[in-house]
Design a protein around this ligand. Structure first.
Ligand SMILES: [Zn+2]
Length: 454
């Protein structure tokens, strides 16, 4: 068995791991690179293997940095099955066509504004390519063993607790195994079920998004209440950029509770993302996958008015009633949230509240970490006078202590642990932490690195 790291090495996006065993090529995760330009350019580079030579893909979850390369792989001749959990398949049906649509919009934008050396610039893939790739999806159950080749190669999904359908993937080859954690959720997440405790694997590929950070500070709910109350008192509005899948539902949950308890005023709440609306409906359907009862899920979902059309979305900004708008994308890297930012950011009465991880090179990262107060949106420079907040304790990822606690479930050390899916500093800090606390053999693989597994 050989593994090659085709993404999520010293960065959080582009998750792709190629396993080669007895003539079979299996790709675990098939994600897009996002964020910095030099990372995004990797989406255009040829993979070291032809699409047609890959026999199967296994997806840990639906987020685009784990699934968004799939339409391109199919375009490159991949014809195999794409194994994932049922909820992941449902979420991919929303996320992938939208990703294709965004690629087309982006190509059109650079062509229209002549900011490209390619004449004309082509999209990475189209909405239609994405729709075509969906027929390869094969929904699987948690906890069941699926054979990939004559019993010598098989896999099993276990709950990861990160978003709906998120699964750790244990690949078994001969008498050995390798576990891919995918993104790991949090034990005490108010909505998602906790990640399953794993006690053994010969090799481990673990995420490290928060490998050097703790989700500390006041309780998320209190922070949200404070920001909303202060903003509404100033007659401003609160804009919450949030991932359509996962964070949007979590924010709705907190706002629902705060309103119910009278801890915030009863201002209008808008969920302005067709994807988030669809994801919220899927949330309703997969009751066994989260902690909420159908009645609770219904109450949470009806906290917001759903905004479908672009016109409705634009109208929101010009109505001066104080309100809360939840809109994608979560890192303000695209989507409707940019239009809201353009109108709301210049007014100091408003607040922008980021609630998830902000990857290097994204607008969210510039606002939160670099604290830039002038941003470029649609060719205009926009002053940022609104308050910018970042709530670090609302993440859908375990922090490093939670990761360490999860690792303690192992009965014995894996032969080798690969630390991936973290910016370089986070991955290296987490690697050092595992080595120091457990004495395990670890490495932070580099892009395209290959490694023989015995
Ligand atoms: Zn994720």
């Amino acid at each position: 068995m050989k593994i090659q790291f085709l993404g999520a090495t010293e960065t959080v996006t582009g998750s792709k791991y190629l396993l080669t065993h007895e003539g079979m090529n299996i790709l675990v995760d098939c994600g897009l690179f996002q964020g910095r330009k030099e990372l995004r350019q990797r989406n255009w580079q040829k993979l070291p293997i032809d699409g047609k030579d890959i026999h199967a893909v296994i997806l840990t979850h639906a987020h685009i940095d784990h699934s968004g390369y799939l339409p391109l792989l199919v375009k490159q001749g991949f014809k195999g099955k794409v194994y994932c959990t049922e909820a992941t398949a449902e979420l991919c049906k929303i996320l992938l066509p939208d990703s294709g649509h965004l690629q087309e919009e982006y190509a059109e934008h650079v062509n229209r504004n002549q900011i490209t050396s390619h004449k004309p610039a082509e999209p990475l893939y189209t909405e239609l390519d994405a729709i075509k790739s969906l027929k390869n999806l094969v929904p699987c159950d948690f906890g069941k063993k699926y054979v990939l080749s004559n019993n010598n190669l098989s896999f099993q999904f276990n709950r990861a607790g990160h978003i709906l359908g998120a699964a750790m993937t244990l690949v078994m080859f001969g008498h050995k195994s390798i576990l891919f954690t995918g993104d790991i959720g949090r034990k005490d997440d108010p909505i998602m079920l906790p990640p399953v405790a794993v006690t053994a694997a010969d090799y481990l590929v673990i995420e490290s998004t928060y490998g050097d950070r703790l989700h500390r500070g006041p309780k998320a709910k209190n922070s949200i209440a404070k920001i909303i109350n202060n903003t509404i008192e100033r007659k401003g509005s609160v804009l919450i950029p949030a991932f359509a899948v996962g964070r949007s539902q979590m924010i709705l949950y907190y706002i629902h509770e705060l309103k119910r308890d009278g801890a915030i005023p009863d201002v209008p709440v808008y969920l302005d993302s067709p994807m988030a609306i669809n994801a919220t409906e899927i949330f309703h359907r997969f009751v066994k996958e989260h902690r909420l009862t159908p009645v609770q899920a219904e109450a949470v979902c009806s906290t917001a008015s759903y905004v479908n059309s672009v016109e409705e979305s634009k109208r929101l900004d010009y109505d001066e009633t104080p309100k809360i708008i939840i809109s994608a994308s979560g890192m303000a890297a695209g989507g409707r949230v940019l239009h809201h930012l353009r109108v709301l950011a210049p007014d100091k009465a408003n607040s922008v509240m980021f609630v998830g991880f902000q990857a290097d090179g994204t607008l969210g990262d510039a606002l939160v970490r670099e604290k830039v107060r002038k941003i470029r949106l649609f060719r205009d420079f926009i002053p940022v006078r609104a308050e910018v907040h970042y709530l670090n304790n609302l993440s859908a990822h375990a922090d490093y202590l939670e990761l360490m606690e999860w690792l303690r479930n192992f009965d014995k050390a894996p032969s080798k642990t690969f630390v991936v899916h973290g910016e370089a500093a986070a991955a290296k800090t987490f690697q050092a932490c595992i080595q120091e606390k457990f004495g395990w053999k670890t490495s932070v693989p580099s892009y395209l690195q290959e490694e023989e597994l015995s």
